[in-house]
Each structure stands twice: as structure tokens, then as C-alpha cells.
Design a protein around this ligand. Sequence first.
Ligand code: AMP
Length: 184
Amino acid sequence: MQRLIFLGAPGAGKGTQAKLLCEELELAHISTGEMLRAAVAEGTELGKKVGSIMESGQLVPDDLIVALIAERIKKPDCEKGYILDGFPRTVPQAEALGAMLGSAEVTVVLFEVTMEDVEARLANRRSAENRADDSDDVQRERLRVYQKQTAPLISFYEERGLLTTISGAGSIEEVYGRLKQAVA
Ligand code: AMP
């Protein structure tokens, strides 16, 4: 069973690469951002709690997201393995995941990109997807939040010997080639 965590700044290409790899390896694609956007669209209790937080570019509270993941990874489609795309995003989330998984094996893939690449990709996405949290200001806030709250996970996983870093630069196919080598 393959458990992968994709780590990287917004716009680093995690979502695109996760979709490709999940299809090829028949893994479940667990995107917390997509799960939350679905909850907002459906108007569930969770959606009502998180909508305005997401629109501001901030992170939703750890306890909500940890509960969401704890339920999700028990589903039958996760039996062959899964990719966590967008989780964990804080050290407490990573610690909670560690407690859930115990000694189970996990690989963390860091997609390394320059700020110029990220800005260019986010500008593209802004014109293509029309996401409420993808305006210029909110994107800047999301990058700031990434640097402050999520980037510390790089050393967190490095210290535990779990981190594999690949360059996220270049075309989707180029990055996918590197990803396949990294997880082979
Ligand atoms: P994403 O699609 O992964 O960029 O996520 C969109 C938004 O959902 C983020 O800006 C956060 O507001 C929220 N979100 C997604 N994943 C998490 C997480 N692991 N922890 C906290 N908030 C999250």
C-alpha cells in the first residue's frame, strides 16, 4: 500500500500531478481543498464553517481538517493507497496524521518551485478556474500562509527521513517523469 503526501506551495503543481499518478497507480486522490470546496457548494455544516475562511486565504482549523482526513482514509477506495494533496499543512496536522498512521510507511514528495513559476501558474489558474480564493490578494495571502505555516513541514519530514524532493519546474510531462522516478 502506497501512502504519499504531496507538499509544495500553491501553484507548485501538486493537484495536477496527484491526479495523473492516482489514475496510473489506482490510488485515491485526497485533496482537502476539493473536499472543502464541495462542502461549501453543498452548504453542509462544515461548508458553512469554512467558506469565509477559505475565501480569505487562511487555513481552516486543524481539528476540522484532521477529523475530515481521519474519516476519509478509512474509505474502501483507500485500500490500495492514497495521495494526500494539501494535507497536512501545519505541524499539528502532521503530528495528528503521524498518530493516525502509527508505524505505517509514508513518503513525502516536495515539489520545489521558484516564486516566479508559482506566480505565473497562479495567474494562469486565475483565468482558467474562477475560484473564489484565487484573486490576486488572496493568492498572495495563501503564499504568505504557506511560508509561515506549511513550509516548516519540510524540515519536519526531512528530520524524520521521509522527504523526497523533486523539481516542479517545466512541463506537466517533465514533472511527472521526475515524480514517477521518485516514487518507484
Ligand atoms: P487548496 O485547494 O489545497 O489550495 O485549498 C484551498 C483552501 O482550503 C486553503 O486555502 C485553505 O483555506 C483550505 N484548506 C485546504 N487544505 C487545508 C488544510 N490541510 N488545512 C487547513 N486548511 C486547508
